[in-house]
Design a protein around this ligand. Structure first.
Ligand SMILES: Nc1ncnc2c1ncn2[C@@H]1O[C@H](COP(=O)(O)OP(=O)(O)OP(=O)(O)O)[C@@H](O)[C@H]1O
Ligand SMILES: [Mg+2]
Length: 247
């Protein structure tokens, strides 16, 4: 009997990227399966955003990036998006003078309808659903983040890359985003969640990678990482006093 091995949704191998002389990614291996939330942790400047940009073809890169087994490392950003990778940058990149509805419409694939694609998405984002005719620029930070993620999902991707979606948001909003990511993963979407907070990774991710100075310093489960006090102390601003994660 042969054992079927699932092709990873995203498989990165030996990925390198530099800004001028400075090598920022120094041979990254990472995998995200369909329906899995994978957290990528690291301190400021570790290279996490550069990794997302390298996958998306937004910085020059060397190495292998496979989507569903297909090599994409030479593809253009627009082709990566067309084949199902959605990316929400730290900057969110919304159109502030357009309404929530108009921003969402811009995320749709050609020929797809708002009612079919966006309304089901909004069912799990009640805060945003109530603000469809409001200009994106006047939304709160949390609402803007939800809109950026919903617009990314309007393109019906198979993989969602989120760069620090919970940064600076109130705990109640973070909880809503976390619940929504859970819903997406249960629908089979793969999520690569760039984070700085171990608490979020512990709550959400099935697997976690910790990056330090352009290399993977730890790969495993969030609970496994939480036990690695030395690794945490070295690569994250972490303290286990009172059993809390102060990140
Ligand atoms: N456009 C750029 N030109 C030159 N250096 C850059 C550029 N973007 C990032 N860097 C440098 O590359 C390194 C990695 O940056 P990156 O943004 O990937 O880190 P990060 O892990 O996302 O951290 P953070 O989001 O907290 O800044 C840092 O030293 C940063 O200063
Ligand atoms: Mg970053």
């Amino acid at each position: 009997m042969t054992t079927a091995t699932l092709t990873p949704l995203l498989e990165i191998a030996g990925l390198r990227a530099s800004y001028g002389e400075a090598e920022v990614l120094r041979g990254i291996d990472l995998r995200v399966d369909a329906g899995e939330i994978v957290a990528l942790l690291g301190r400021n400047g570790a290279g996490r955003s550069t990794l997302a940009k390298a996958v998306m073809g937004l910085v020059a890169r060397h190495g292998s990036v496979r989507l569903d087994g297909v090599e994409t490392s030479q593809w253009r950003t627009c082709d990566l998006a067309r084949h199902g990778i959605a990316y929400v940058a730290e900057t969110r990149d919304l159109f502030p003078t357009l309404t929530v509805r108009q921003n969402l419409l811009l995320g749709l694939r050609a020929g797809r309808r708002f009612a079919h694609v966006c309304e089901p998405l909004l069912a799990s984002l009640p805060l945003l659903a109530r603000r469809l005719d409001v200009r994106a620029g006047v939304l709160s930070g949390g609402e803007q983040q939800m809109l950026a993620m919903a617009r990314a999902m309007a393109g019906e991707p198979v993989l969602l890359i989120l760069d620090e979606p919970t940064e600076g948001l109130a705990p109640a909003v973070v909880a809503q985003i976390a619940d929504w990511l859970d819903v997406l993963a249960k629908q089979g979407i793969g999520v690569l969640l760039i984070e700085q907070k171990l608490s979020i990774a512990l709550r959400l991710a099935q697997r976690v990678y910790l990056m330090g100075r352009g290399e993977i310093a730890f790969a495993g489960t969030p609970a496994g990482l939480a036990e690695h006090h030395e690794t945490l102390r070295h690569w994250l601003e972490w303290s286990n006093e009172g059993s809390t994660f102060a990140l």
